[in-house]
Design a protein around this ligand. Structure first.
Ligand code: GLY
Length: 319
């Protein structure tokens, strides 16, 4: 399946569940002082989550261009060294604004992955928020646990702490507990030796998170406290490049049809071969990733410069 087909199937699936399909917002943010770049699909819907504005559509889905190079979500240092982080990537997402909540979000995610994309159920692991006894004093997400427990065996449900299972867009803003879906792409032989559950969230290149289902119910305020939002919302983000890696049967995002043409062109321009020497491979992956990030930023109207967002683009370009 090509990446274009994979993207289209995601959007069609949620269209079939009465979601309005909207375009990606620009990657460079102009009207939010708490954020320089779009770091998640939900950014453009922040005011809906906070209840400051009402969305005409209660259900929305899209694919969003994201850039994670500054602030709370920054993957710059990982890029190239591993095969599944990017500065710029696409995030497939579905949203509910005060409409459906955990039950439908979980059931539909499972349906899409296992019935539409036909992913092997045994290769999928899910995680649930275990609660926190810090100042936020949050309860375990028992509702999500029970919903997963009805469809996934207990040994494939992982409990996670705030770092992995409580999603926040930045220091302030909408947030809530989340359930991640991870896929184990290792061979049967490797799976028999080490159970996939022990590799979830352990930086294993073939056991990776593909989808995050966030149950937005709080607002993190400037003083650090959490307040309940007037309504509960769903915010999901699926890494498009990682999904393509899983569905195209390859072991690296850079081996998908999204990156292969870029890598080929870099080989032609540099006279270097990809796949023969690790140091060269890291460099080629960095160039492929950064060329995309800079190109899409320029397309969104942000040129490299010496201040603010433009300076970040310049740093990526120099790198
Ligand atoms: N907003 C969900 C995510 O970025 O993971």
């Amino acid at each position: 399946m090509t990446s274009q087909q994979i993207r289209a199937q995601f959007l069609d699936f949620f269209k079939g569940k009465n979601h309005k399909i909207v375009p990606s917002a620009p990657m460079v943010i102009k009207d939010d002082p708490t954020l320089m770049f779009t770091n998640a699909g939900m950014n453009q819907f922040k005011e809906f989550f906070l209840g400051n504005t009402q969305s005409k559509a209660k259900r929305i889905a899209d694919t969003q261009k994201c850039l994670r190079v500054s602030g709370k979500h920054n993957d710059l240092e990982e890029v190239g060294k591993d095969t599944y982080h990017h500065t710029m990537f696409e995030m497939l997402g579905n949203w509910s604004f005060g409409d459906y909540f955990k039950k439908e979000a979980i059931a539909w995610a499972w349906e899409l992955l296992t019935e539409v994309y036909k992913m092997d159920k045994e290769s999928l692991y899910v995680s649930v928020f275990e609660g926190s006894d810090d100042a936020d004093n949050l309860e375990m997400d028992k509702e999500a646990y029970d919903l997963w427990n009805a469809i996934v065996p207990k040994d494939r449900i992982i409990m996670g702490d705030k770092k992995d299972n409580f999603w926040e867009m930045g220091d302030q803003g909408p947030c809530g507990p989340c359930s991640e879906i991870h896929v184990d792409l290792r061979s049967d032989e490797e799976k028999a030796k080490i159970p996939g559950a022990s590799l979830v969230n352990q930086d294993h290149p073939e056991v990776v998170e593909i989808w995050n289902l966030v149950f937005i119910q709080y607002n993190r305020k400037a003083d650090g406290s959490l307040e309940n939002l007037p309504e509960k919302h769903v915010d999901t983000g699926m890494g498009f490049e990682r999904l393509c890696m899983a569905l195209q049967g390859v072991k690296s995002n850079y081996d998908t049809d999204i990156f292969k043409p870029l890598i080929r062109e870099i080989e032609v321009i540099t006279g270097q071969k990809y796949g023969q020497d690790e140091k060269t491979d890291v460099a080629i992956r960095v160039v492929a990733d950064h060329v995309s990030a800079v190109s899409f930023s320029i397309d969104d109207g942000k040129l490299h410069s010496n201040t603010g967002a433009g300076y970040v683009i310049r740093r990526i370009l120099r790198r």
